[in-house]
Each structure stands twice: as C-alpha cells, then as structure tokens.
Write a protein that binds this ligand. Sequence first.
Ligand code: S3P
Length: 425
Amino acid sequence: MVRLACNVRGSVSLPGDKSISHRYAMLAALADGPSRLENYSTGADCASTLGCLRSLGVKWERKDGADNVIEVQGSALSLVAPNEPLDCGNSGSTIRMLSGIVAAQRFSIEMSGDESLSRRPMERVIAPLTAMGAQITSQNGRPPLRITGTTLKAIDYKMPVASAQVKTCLLFAGLLAEGETRIEEPLRTRDHGELALRAFGAQLDRKGNEVRIRGGQRLRGIEARVPGDLSSAAFFLCAAALFPGSQLTLTSLLMNPTRARLLDILMQMGLRISVRQLEEIHGELVGTLQVTGGKLKGATIAGADTAALIDEIPVLAAIAPYTEQGIEVRDAKELRVKESDRIASIATNLRAMGAELEEREDGLRIPGGQSLRGAEVESFGDHRIAMAFSIAALRAQGETLIRGSECAAISYPAFFPTLESLVER
Ligand code: S3P
C-alpha cells in the first residue's frame, strides 16, 4: 500500500547494477583465478545467474557475511555438463547472455525459466548462435531452449534488433569461437559487455556501431565493486521529480554514458542534478548525484532515446500525468516483450488511477496536468511496473494497492523500505 507523500529527502546507496552484475559473474566464471565482486546485485535475477553457474560446475560463495559480496573461482573456461535444466527464473539477461557461453561447450543443455520468461522472444540469439554452429531447439522461438554446443565459428553479424543482451551473448560466444567475430548493432546499446570483457583482460575493437572480438583469448579474475544500479535509482529520481522541495543524494551510482540518458531527460524536464566525485572503475563511470526538485515539464522519447531509456520508460510514463505537457513515447515496440507487455501494463494501471492516455502499438501519449487517485493496480509480475506505480502513488489522492508488488525483488528486494525511508508525509 502506498500513500500520498509531500516530499522526498535523504541519501541512498543503490545495490549493484543488474546488467554489470550478470556480466561480471559470467566472466568471473570463465576466468583463470578467483574474482571478488562487491556490491553484487541483490536481485533475484542475478541470483538466477549465480544458480546457473553453480549448475555448470562453477564454485562461488558469499563472503563477509554479506549477501552482496561474492567470490567466484574461475573455471579457466572449463564448465561441466549440468544434471538438470538450467533455471533462469525471470531473467532474460541470464538466458540470453549465458546461451552464448553454453553454445561453445561440448555438451547439451536445457535452459528454462518462469512463465514470463517462457513468453519472451529468443530467436534473436538462436539465429546467430545457430549460424556459429550451435544446435538449438525452442518452443516456437521461446524458452525452454535446448542447446547442443560445439566449437563455434566466428560470425559477421548485423543485428536486426537493438539489444545489449544479444550483443553481449555474441561477444561471449565470439570470445570462445575460432576466428574474429564482428557484430554490428542498429543503434548504440549499453556497452557493459565490452567494458566487462576488457576489465577481465580481453581485447576488443569498437568502431562506431561495430565491435570485433578475437576468439581464444584468456580472461583473468578481477576485484571489483559494482556501481549502484541507475535503473533502480530511476524510481527515486522520478519520485524526487514529483516534489519541487525534494533533495536527494545518490552515492556511488553508475554514470555510464550509454545508460545515463535518463539524467539528461530529467534535467530537461526540470530536475536539477549535479554530479560529484566522478571516477572510473573498470571502465565504468561512477559518481555521486545531488538532486533537487523543480517544476516538471513534459518530454518526447523516440528513436535512439527510446532504446537508451528502455528500462526507465515505465517510471517516466507513471509520472507523466503530473508533468506540465505530458510524455509521448514512440518507437517502443520492444516494451511489449519485456517481463510484461509494458505498454499495456502502464496503460491499464494509469487508467485505473483515473488518467487519460492514448495507447499505441509502439508507444503511449500521456497528457500532462492530470490528477490521479489511489487505486488497486497490478504489477503484472513485472518488477519495474510494481516500482513505477509506487512512484505514481506518491502524488495520487488516497491509497494505492499494487498487487504482486513483491516481484520488485527481481531487481531490488529492499525497494519498498528504502522508498518509505525517503518520503515525507
Ligand atoms: C539489458 C538490456 C536490455 C534491458 C535489460 C538489461 C542488458 O534488454 O531491457 O533490462 O543487461 O543488456 P534488451 O537487450 O532486450 O534490450
């Protein structure tokens, strides 16, 4: 249950970034020697990755009595055939990125997940991995996947969909393949795969939207502290944007330019953001943000911005009715194949709270200047929808009940208590 608030104030250090945690765990599993990962994501998705790695014979343990410090013993590229199907849970990142690694192993494996994952499109990794030599069967392009690995051959691949998960899958497969793999993406997507590979000692070349990796390179273990998750911080940033008097500090936050478009958009909309203590850790920019609320203007999100903001659109849309001009989202068909059909989820919940909007096949137009009322809304089993509507609820009259809100634990188990510690009533 979330109630009307009057301000947001305080300081938070976010759990480790989900995208980086998955990649570090997978590369640590392949490396020579141990890796120590601090501030590893506490979300269930990154635990799914660790569970799959354990089934593949990788040894890892939690350290320092903490749930976010992990020590992984690198397998020096030798994974073992698991006895049972790999359970990827709700995690598209786990199944897509790990498929690039298991496709290069000399065994067969089944990868499956929960009901939501079983609806998500996998053809985007099946086609290129098959072209590299793997044999893959699926349920009409959806999980479960049955992968029979082999010695992969490098590929020259133009990706039809802008997807960092697919790019990373192919970079991992390319690392384990014979020859040089070349991947071209239609738009520049998040580059954590490239930065993580470099951090673990691999060489790759990037030119514009093209990246090349030579197969047969060895990785070495690293010690790393995962930067705070900017996509989780998005909920608090949007909460701060709702109140002109808000003051928020976010420490050790990921500031990678391929992820930070949200900060530009929120600044254009009226939030004041200053960055302190900017540093680079294993190629990733990390900084402390000081945020002050202001008047909230509207925005249009389209083209490359939509791809760059794909995980933040649910919360931007959830606050759209409170902006002056509203928010229009275009070119966002990918939102329909996330953990839920996010366009439909957003539209249903906003309407339940009394908002007017237009739902389109590839986006939404949500007028500004609206007042919402508390209501019963659905999470649709989608962590980002549950968290987005808890933010919309902060300015709605009355109380909002988010059904199934516990799914926030997919990326951020401590989200609700942390939100409560920041809001004033
Ligand atoms: C991710 C890429 C995005 C994003 C997902 C994480 C990643 O998915 O939505 O939450 O870590 O590479 P797509 O690759 O499907 O766009």
